[in-house]
Design a protein around this ligand. Structure first.
Ligand code: BGC
Length: 738
């Protein structure tokens, strides 16, 4: 632990009243008050269940004012705000904290900067498909530069919840199903957000979330229980959080869910033993929104007071918006039901981060002028465009008239269909709260800007395929482009789906277009894997664009017309049917692996394989792999393979290296990603790609939760994706293990 600020923290603690201490632990969101007689939450419910229209909701919201509880702030009863993303408001409140409270302790401003602040970059699931930590760090840095200019000190990101279940809406917010990728993604974001010096005016603290295993919610239903073995927790779910802490993340957010019966918000084992004792974390913990109070609903606390006591004693420092700390802690400490030293420890964690951010010396790290100059700079737009291009995954590209359909020739007459092709705001995707939809470039705008002649029809009217409208445009075009997928509200928080197929009306439109017997390009905008077998069958080409952010249209045109060669590869499996979920490549083998015989592990009505496997993605060129070799160095395997670009244009190939422990004392995954590399190859060029895989990384947790590396046979798989690999096996001798 760095001792740099401990004396100053102690000095402050000595001066603080109980009320001031509890105040530091309170994070408020500005609450909305307005010309409506119900609470904001009730109003939201009314919109969702149709009692009021979206327009009515928007009108009422327009009348609302934000209440910042300034009297409480003056009394030292607020330590932090959530959700304030403008410098003027932040500085006004900060001035009250610094000049009008008894001790002048500055406020901490937290905000969800998930994939860009104003310059919205692709949703994290999309960006992870670039398999490029250096890119992830640069977009993280850009987000920090904009957000800090708007007064933000801490982002509630990265989200590194491994998710193997495409039904879970929040799969969009993380790096997909793989543990290694999630850790690399998270660590890169932490470096980008925090920069080299947390006290710099453009650095923001990273709050890693949601600790832990939130992505394993049963049945993919958001907020649902998580029940899993300890081995699985340690091997598959915990490593990404640890990677972020090792990268220096200064805060962590315990998750909504319980793990094996104990909600993370009050889970002492998780918050003390794992996080602090084993991993040496000395930053701050902040609850998820309202999560401490929700321990009453979980049924582990009798009432709000007990929830507050349990959370504080378990190691939860800050209460995000549930108010149970401010309501109860003073009394609980006075009555001796909660130790004052537990309170002091939590306050110290919060003061420490405020010191580290430099807030005691520079409480106002920005102003309106800086904010007005900081947003959407041309260099930010070009980075957002690069990220969007690298995130897109080409899923199918068949020949039409003898040539691959994509890239398109500009002389081809195209007809564009689907409302998502002209939508700007849908391009931001879930969790883009600092975004302005109008900043986004839609596909139709980008086509126009590129001087491409096209016709455009939404194609669906009042929930039905508008056959009259599509007829003429489709008949006159050479190539039909259809934008399909999900709206941004259909993924993200509280947006789980039991059926992850494309809405039937969109499928009808695709079928109507396919009936013209012309090449059809499907462009997909979505926040999660979808079941695409019917789309795959009907389309000539399929490009997964995800929710690509502000440069959506430009990035699409770059790829569609061949200025850029697609290189993204999937970081989550695309199942054949929703009923296969959770479906993921790194599954354990069974005693009866799926096969021809009836009594093997499979479905009667669905193939065993996904439509697109983990790691899959095509390019406008193609690659061949040869000569996989495994050599032993001291304490590591050196894996090498030759990769050749056998097509006619340059491209980037993501070469993946997986391993399988053939026979161990516990069942091990059929394949587990251990390393990857993105290599650029000119047409005709060949390169040798090498990976070093330390023996130490081949282990697992045994029955007694001891990490062991066993000797014996290991099979290495190296290739284009998790199911298209060369393989070679090697024996690790007992004497070589350590
Ligand atoms: C989400 C968090 C988010 C928080 C603050 C919660 O509902 O689960 O991911 O950081 O809200 O906005």
């Amino acid at each position: 632990m760095s001792r740099k600020y401990e004396d100053r923290i102690q000095e402050l603690l000595n001066k603080m009243t109980l009320q001031e201490k509890v105040g530091q632990l309170r994070q408020c969101g500005p609450s909305l008050v307005g010309a409506f007689e119900v609470s904001f939450e009730e109003l939201l419910d009314m919109m969702f269940d149709g009692r009021i229209t979206q327009e009515e909701f928007a009108r009422l919201m327009g009348t609302a004012k934000q209440d910042f509880r300034e009297d409480d702030l003056r009394d030292g009863r607020i330590g932090s705000y959530n959700g304030i993303g403008d410098a003027a408001t932040a500085n006004r409140l900060q001035k009250i904290a610094v000049t009008e409270t008894r001790l002048g302790i500055p406020l901490l401003f937290g905000y969800d900067v998930i994939h860009g602040f104003r310059t919205v970059t692709p949703i994290p699931l999309a960006e992870s498909c670039a398999w490029e930590p250096e890119l992830w760090e640069r977009t993280g840095r850009m987000a920090a530069e904009e957000a800090t200019a708007a007064g933000v000190h801490m982002t509630f990101a990265p989200m590194v919840d491994v998710s193997k279940d495409a039904r879970w809406g929040r799969i969009s917010e993380g790096a997909g199903e793989d543990t290694l990728l999630a850790g690399l993604y998270g660590a890169a974001k932490v470096r980008g957000f925090q920069g080299d010096d947390l006290s710099a005016a453009d650095s923001m603290a990273a709050c890693v979330k949601h600790f832990a295993a939130y992505g394993a919610a049963e049945a993919g239903r958001d907020y649902n229980r998580v029940d899993m073995s300890m081995q699985r927790l340690w091997e598959e779910y915990l490593p990404p959080y640890k990677a972020c802490i090792e990268a220096g993340a200064r805060a962590i957010m315990p998750a909504f869910n319980d793990i094996n019966g104990v909600p993370c918000s009050v889970n002492e084992w998780l918050l003390k033993e794992v996080l602090r004792e084993k991993w040496g974390f000395d930053g701050m913990t902040v609850s998820d929104a309202n999560a401490i109070a929700e321990c009453v609903n979980h049924g582990v606390a009798r009432d709000r007071a007990e929830a507050a006591a349990l959370a504080l004693e378990a190691g939860m420092d800050m209460d995000m918006t549930s108010e149970v700390y401010i309501e109860n802690l003073e009394k609980l400490v006075t009555e001796g039901q909660v130790k004052e030293e537990s309170l002091d420890r939590a306050v110290a964690d919060i003061l420490r981060i405020k010191f580290e951010l430099g807030l005691f010396d520079h409480p106002y790290r920005t102003d309106e002028e800086r904010q007005s100059r900081a947003m959407l700079k041309p260099k930010y737009r070009s980075l957002a465009r690069e990220a969007a291009v690298k995130s897109m995954v080409l899923l199918k590209n068949d020949a039409a008239s003898g040539e691959m359909l994509l890239p398109l020739d500009k002389s081809k007459k195209i007809a564009v269909f689907g409302e998502l092709a002209s939508s700007k705001s849908e391009m931001t995707g879930a969790w883009a709260i600092g975004a302005e939809g109008n900043d986004c470039v839609s596909l139709t705008e980008a086509l126009e800007a590129e001087g491409i002649l096209f016709t455009y029809t939404e194609g669906i009217c009042n929930g039905k395929v508008d056959r009259g409208a599509i007829e003429e445009n489709a008949a006159n075009a050479d190539v039909l482009l259809i934008a399909m997928g999900e709206h941004k509200e259909e993924s993200g928080e509280a947006a789980s789906r039991a059926d992850i197929s494309i809405p039937e009306v969109q499928m009808k439109l695709l079928e109507a277009l396919a009936a013209f017997s012309k090449p059809v390009v499907v462009l997909l905008f979505n926040g999660r894997p979808l079941t695409l077998s019917r789309v795959h069958e009907k389309a000539t080409a399929v490009l997964e664009a995800w929710h690509p952010g502000v440069e959506a249209g430009n990035a699409l045109v770059d790829i569609l017309y061949g200025k850029e060669n697609p290189s993204g590869k999937l970081t989550a499996t695309f199942p054949f049917a929703s009923g296969q979920c959770p479906m993921y490549y790194a599954h354990m083998n069974t005693g009866r692996p799926g096969g021809k015989s009836k009594f093997t592990s499979k479905y009667l009505d669905t193939p065993l394989e996904p439509v697109y496997p983990f790691g899959y993605g095509l390019s406008y060129t193609s690659y061949e792999y040869r000569d996989l070799k495994i050599e032993k160095k001291e304490k590591a395997f050196l894996v090498s393979v030759y990769v050749k670009n056998v097509g006619s244009r340059a491209g980037e190939e993501i070469v993946q290296c997986y391993v399988q422990d053939k026979a161990a004392k516990r069942v091990r995954p059929v394949k587990l990603l251990k390393a990857f590399d993105k290599v650029r190859l000119e047409a005709g060029e060949e390169k040798q790609v090498c990976f070093t895989v330390p023996f130490e990384e081949l282990g697992y947790y045994d029955w007694n939760m001891k990490y062991v590396v066993e000797d014996g046979e290991f099979v290495f798989y190296v290739g284009k994706n998790s199911s298209d690999c060369l393989n070679a096996s090697v024996i690790l001798e007992r004497s070589e293990r350590r």
